[in-house]
Design a protein around this ligand. Structure first.
Ligand code: NAP
Length: 244
């Protein structure tokens, strides 16, 4: 489905990003993924993706660092050529009630989750413009749609991503570049492993279970493929009905 395409996925070493990398590679895409610091996991992921018969490489790059993103994208351009698909998935949480939230808790989350996506989109913008084609997929969250107590910073970053998505969609629609967001609910990853007991969380979800990273990857595959060519500026909830 994605044969001949190159995808860049941020946060590709674990959780949802890793599932997206695997799904894209299983469907024929070459995959360049970014990660924060987990070199061992990055090597494992590179090997797993390469074994699927595609070109794959991990790049250690803090997406919140504008200069590092620029440098990494130029490295990817040299090694992979033009990019057709960008998934802004890297994200962090620093959960606290607003009363106890420090400036750094707010800034770190906004910088990684929102600025990071902006830097990546800005870096690939000329490539998408020139080739008159591109698929940008931003991983937001239901927290960005309905809020979540203890996650003011995170929810603001994820709501911001939705505004970013719609503005980019409008700027690039005439160039056949689609920009959409996915809003996952609770998904079983490292990010959620410290949250309240799974059963308690699952009870809030109409479908009665937490999401799996593959549930989100399936939506990302759709948004990366031709079947979604007439969809832009959309937010797809993948949450078992949690935020309907
Ligand atoms: P995760 O398991 O914690 O994995 C985070 C990934 O992001 C890792 O690959 C990590 O790299 C990378 N990363 C973190 N900070 C980075 C930075 N500054 N620069 C580059 N890479 C960075 O997270 P997840 O649960 O899969 O979540 C993925 C995305 O989905 C996030 O945007 C999250 O907000 C969103 N989301 C998750 C859920 C959920 O329930 N899990 C729900 C809604 C939305 P290292 O391995 O090197 O640390």
């Amino acid at each position: 489905m994605l044969k001949g395409k190159t995808a860049v996925v941020t946060g590709g070493t674990r959780g949802i990003g890793a599932a997206i990398c695997r799904t894209f590679a299983q469907n024929g895409a070459d995959v360049a993924f970014l990660y924060a610091g987990n070199v061992e996991k990055a090597k494992e992921m590179e090997e797993a993706l390469t074994a699927l018969g595609v070109k794959a490489k991990g790049y250690r790059c803090d997406v919140a660092d504008s200069a590092a993103v620029k440098e990494t994208l130029s490295q990817i351009a040299k090694e992979f050529g033009p990019v057709q698909i960008l998934v802004n998935n890297a994200g962090v949480t620093r959960d606290k009630l607003v009363m106890g939230m420090k400036d750094a808790d707010f800034d770190d989350v906004l910088h990684t989750n929102l600025r990071g996506a902006f830097y990546m989109i800005r870096g690939l913008y000329p490539v998408f413009m020139k080739q008159k084609y591109g698929k940008i997929i931003n991983i937001s969250s239901v927290s960005g749609l309905i809020g979540n107590a203890g996650q003011a910073n995170y929810s603001a970053s994820k709501a911001g991503l939705i505004g970013l998505t719609k503005s980019v969609a409008r700027e690039l629609a005439s160039r056949h570049v689609c920009c959409n967001a996915i809003a996952p609910g609770f998904v079983e990853t490292d990010m959620t492993k410290d949250l309240a007991e799974g059963n308690q969380l699952a009870a809030q979800i109409p479908m009665g279970r937490m999401g799996k990273p593959e549930d989100i990857a399936a939506a990302a595959l759709f948004l990366a493929s031709e079947g979604s060519d007439y969809i832009t500026g959309e937010v797809i909830r993948v949450d078992g009905g949690l935020a309907m």
